[in-house]
Design a protein around this ligand. Structure first.
Ligand code: B16
Ligand code: MG
Length: 217
């Protein structure tokens, strides 16, 4: 029986990947190399420091820890400038209505994101009140594919892992859901998200009826 739905943020509820990309590209250009949209795909769902490591490797640059923290901080300040201007218009199709539908059917909702900026984004897009629990980059020590983020969300909602469905656009996120012992809905490319129970193009393609049929909510 399904009692809760746990949502990834970036790429599932909102498209902040475009802002991450703008900030990472700005940093790369400042450091003297280009960073393509394709290279940015590899950063989805990955933590800020891990993303920086990948970016610097692409540019063939090596920095010490203190310098890396400064670079990550610089990127984050630019990123925060971009997300400060976000509005509810940037909620991805179907996300707001699915959250409301779940609530009215007594299904609990949680956020399970790697981002340390999750609350700002939820506040600016008016989604904050839609969640019974928020677990983000500030509450976890292990990044996806580790299941920690989703297990913590389940324990805050007081439900068992097998009673949860995770919505994720990142391969590492689906792997985390599987390791947590949860059901999963992949958002995006079925070939890439092949560990998910089902893959749909967007949240607008999922209704409570689909969830009922699949997972017996
Ligand atoms: P921040 P998610 C992830 O969010 C993003 O997909 C990833 O690109 C980003 O590096 C990570 O959050 C950390 O974000 O720098 O804001 O702490 O998909 O897990 O919601
Ligand atoms: Mg994501």
């Amino acid at each position: 029986l399904i009692k809760a739905c746990i949502f990834d943020l970036d790429g599932v509820l909102v498209d902040t990947a475009v802002y991450h990309y703008m900030a990472w590209k700005r940093l790369a250009l400042e450091l003297g190399f280009d960073f393509t949209q394709e290279q940015n795909e590899g950063l989805k769902g990955i933590s800020r420091m891990q993303s920086l490591e990948i970016l610097l490797a692409e540019g063939g640059l090596v920095f010490d820890e203190a310098a890396k923290l400064k670079l990550a901080d610089k990127k984050n300040r630019w990123y925060c400038e971009y997300i400060e201007k976000m509005t509810a218009d940037e909620i991805l199709p179907g996300a707001a209505s699915l959250l409301k539908e779940l609530k009215s059917n007594g299904i609990k909702t949680a956020l399970g994101s790697a981002s340390k900026n999750a609350e700002t984004i939820l506040r600016n897009t008016n989604l904050l009140s839609q969640f019974d629990a928020i677990v983000d980059g500030n509450n976890i020590t292990k990044a996806k594919p580790d299941p920690q983020v989703f297990l913590l969300a389940a324990s805050q909602l007081k439900v068992k892992p097998e009673e949860c469905v995770v919505f994720e656009d990142a391969r590492a996120g689906i792997a985390a859901a599987v390791k947590a012992g949860m059901h999963s809905v992949g958002i995006g490319n079925p070939a890439w998200l092949n560990q998910a129970d089902i893959v749909v193009p967007a949240l607008k393609d999922i209704s409570i009826d689909t969830l009922n049929n699949l997972f017996h909510t």
